[in-house]
Design a binder for this molecule. Structure first.
Ligand SMILES: Cc1cc2nc3c(=O)[nH]c(=O)nc-3n(C[C@H](O)[C@H](O)[C@H](O)COP(=O)(O)O)c2cc1C
Length: 209
């Protein structure tokens, strides 16, 4: 039976929930897939995967480059670091390339983005909302994520810069001032989100792939 619109189950949620046995829950296969330049987003992906694993689902965590064939997974959590208001190219390409399959299975998106401890900026705007990558509008239309999150990220200005934007930013005093150094990942928030996903995954019938 085809699965449409990122629906949580092939049938109704209630029917699937009632019908799901413990074995079926154990066999739900989830791929947590990420794109990361300096490791902060990889760390978030691994923490989400670890939390999902505690919920009894079968979890694989891979970079977008290593993801391989997606046909064997029932659900996806997809994340990338944001640079200059955009997801990393390989993450955007991953979603576009696999658009049809992702749209047909439950999926969740996260972005590893803003730095610092302020959740409201000097203009009174929500820092997380402002950090939403430009691609998310397209992705909401394309693959119907069940939820999306912007997580605070991490930045080590002593790490080797990768790419033009990073090198350029390091040279600009104003840009440097706007990018506080440190690890601002909120593990409680990340784990709470993963726990919510774990709860929803118990409603996904195993082998729906
Ligand atoms: C040059 C540069 C540009 C950045 N641009 C953005 C941005 O536009 N939006 C954002 O939310 N975070 C931005 N960040 C913060 C990164 O997204 C954050 O450090 C992220 O956690 C890095 O993840 P990674 O270690 O997986 O690459 C920027 C960081 C750097 C160094």
């Amino acid at each position: 039976m085809p699965r449409g619109g990122g629906a949580l189950t092939r049938g109704s949620i209630g029917a699937a929930s009632a019908a799901a046995t413990q074995d079926e829950v154990m066999n739900v296969r989830v791929l947590v897939v990420y794109a990361s330049r300096h490791g902060a987003t990889q760390g978030i992906a691994e923490r989400i995967a670890a939390r999902l694993g505690q919920g009894g689902v079968e979890v694989t965590v891979k970079s977008t480059a290593q993801a391989g064939d997606l046909a064997g997974y029932d659900a996806f959590v997809i994340g990338s670091a944001a640079y200059a208001f955009h997801w990393l190219k390989e993450a955007t390409a991953f979603v576009r390339r696999n658009r049809s399959l992702l749209a047909s299975r439950p999926n969740w998106l996260f972005s590893s983005g803003p730095l610092g401890t302020e959740t409201i900026d000097a203009q009174g705007r929500d820092v997380r909302a402002e950090a939403e990558p430009r691609e998310f509008g397209e992705f909401r239309e394309a693959i119907h994520p069940r939820d999306q999150r912007i997580f605070f990220g991490a930045y080590d200005p002593t790490s080797k810069p990768i790419g033009f934007i990073e090198r350029f930013t390091r040279m600009m005093p104003a840009a440097r001032a706007a990018m506080p150094a440190g690890d601002f990942r909120d593990w409680d928030e990340i784990e709470a989100w993963a726990a919510r996903i774990a709860g929803e995954l118990t409603l996904v019938p195993a082998g729906s792939r």
